[in-house]
Ligand binder design. Structure first.
Ligand SMILES: Cc1cc2nc3c(=O)[nH]c(=O)nc-3n(C[C@H](O)[C@H](O)[C@H](O)COP(=O)(O)OP(=O)(O)OC[C@H]3O[C@@H](n4cnc5c(N)ncnc54)[C@H](O)[C@@H]3O)c2cc1C
Length: 285
């Protein structure tokens, strides 16, 4: 089976593209290594997506999923490891090879590590990089959020709203939006500035996080110290006809869900034009 388009990554960019490609009657497949919704699943309160009145990210994702279902967009679980170009594109996952006339990479970003002693051993158990993963393991407790950007403050507010005790540390003075900082202040979230994590280890009654000048005893750590683009191996030039990019993976410096969804839609429209032009010239011959 050769798909008209394979979309790698079911975040806002990939989901938006999937809906449009399916509306256009194309054979499309979405491949997602984790859960549909991407990074947006972690957002506390999305206030800048027109048409939605400050829902949490998970609620928005449920609405996106309904739209995928309305247009019967098939979604399979799997991590795409490599993309190659022969007569068609081949998209390799661990279990299977898929083939398509076009590929859209909407793979977003991945969290940066703290790179401190003890971190790797505790990752996924006591140290987390996405709120959604922490919530699968904890439903109460004291959480140290590391990172003073928008994501760090969003996580701290989200946790506090769920009844956790959140503490936020930032190595500088915190670069988050003033509105998020002010809400953290009003929610009574302790914020420690100019603090760096040095080491994480297990103590008798929980996690010990050694930082510059102080030590924190907490139940878990949620890291939000930056992100980097993630992509499968691409065995060809990236600027090749039929290979498209959308969302955070494309515009790393302006990572917002509405931009990602808009770019997904734009890529879908470009794919539709490419394929209909190709069909027209084939029919003329
Ligand atoms: C805490 C937090 C709060 C936020 N708040 C807001 C907000 O208020 N407003 C706003 O506009 N934006 C917000 N954002 C940003 C928004 O979530 C992102 O900009 C948006 O999700 C990007 O969409 P995307 O589809 O480009 O990438 P992502 O959402 O990152 O989705 C990429 C998907 O691709 C999958 N993937 C990656 N590699 C592979 C592979 N090799 N094979 C298969 N699948 C793969 C990933 O698992 C992921 O599901 C927030 C983000 C966070 C973390």
């Amino acid at each position: 089976m050769i798909y008209d388009s394979i979309i790698v990554g079911a975040g806002p960019a990939g989901m938006s593209a999937g809906v449009q490609l399916s509306r256009a009657g194309l054979k499309v497949l979405l491949i997602e290594k984790n859960e549909a919704g991407g990074l947006l699943r972690n957002a506390n309160c999305v206030e800048n997506y027109l048409g939605f009145h400050s829902p949490c990210g998970a609620e928005m994702v449920m609405e996106f999923q309904k739209q995928l279902e309305d247009f019967s967009v098939p979604l399979v679980r799997g991590e795409v490891l490599e993309i190659q170009k022969g007569r068609t594109f081949s998209v390799r996952t661990k279990k299977k090879n898929y083939f398509a006339r076009t590929v859209l990479l909407a793979t977003g970003t991945e969290a940066d590590l703290l790179e401190v002693s003890g971190e790797k051993k505790l990752a996924g158990k006591k140290v987390f990089y996405e709120l959604a993963d922490l919530l699968k393991n904890f439903n109460k407790g004291k959480i140290l959020v590391v990172g003073g950007g928008d994501v760090g403050f969003d996580y701290a507010l989200n946790l506090s709203g769920r009844g956790f005790r959140s503490i936020l540390i930032t190595r500088g003075e915190g670069a988050a939006l003033p509105v998020l900082k002010s809400r953290a202040g009003k929610s009574g979230i302790p914020v420690y500035e100019n603090v760096c994590v040095k080491k994480i280890g297990l103590g008798e009654k929980g996690l010990l996080v050694d930082c510059t000048q102080r030590q924190f005893k907490v139940d878990a750590v949620l890291v939000a110290v930056g992100r980097h683009v993630q992509m499968p191996k691409i065995g060809m030039q990236k600027r090749i006809k039929g290979l498209y990019f959308a969302g955070d993976v494309k515009h790393f410096a302006i990572r917002q869900s509405q931009i990602a969804a808009g770019e997904g839609l734009m890529a879908a429209m470009q794919i539709i034009h490419q394929l209909s032009n190709a069909n027209r010239s084939r029919n003329r011959k």
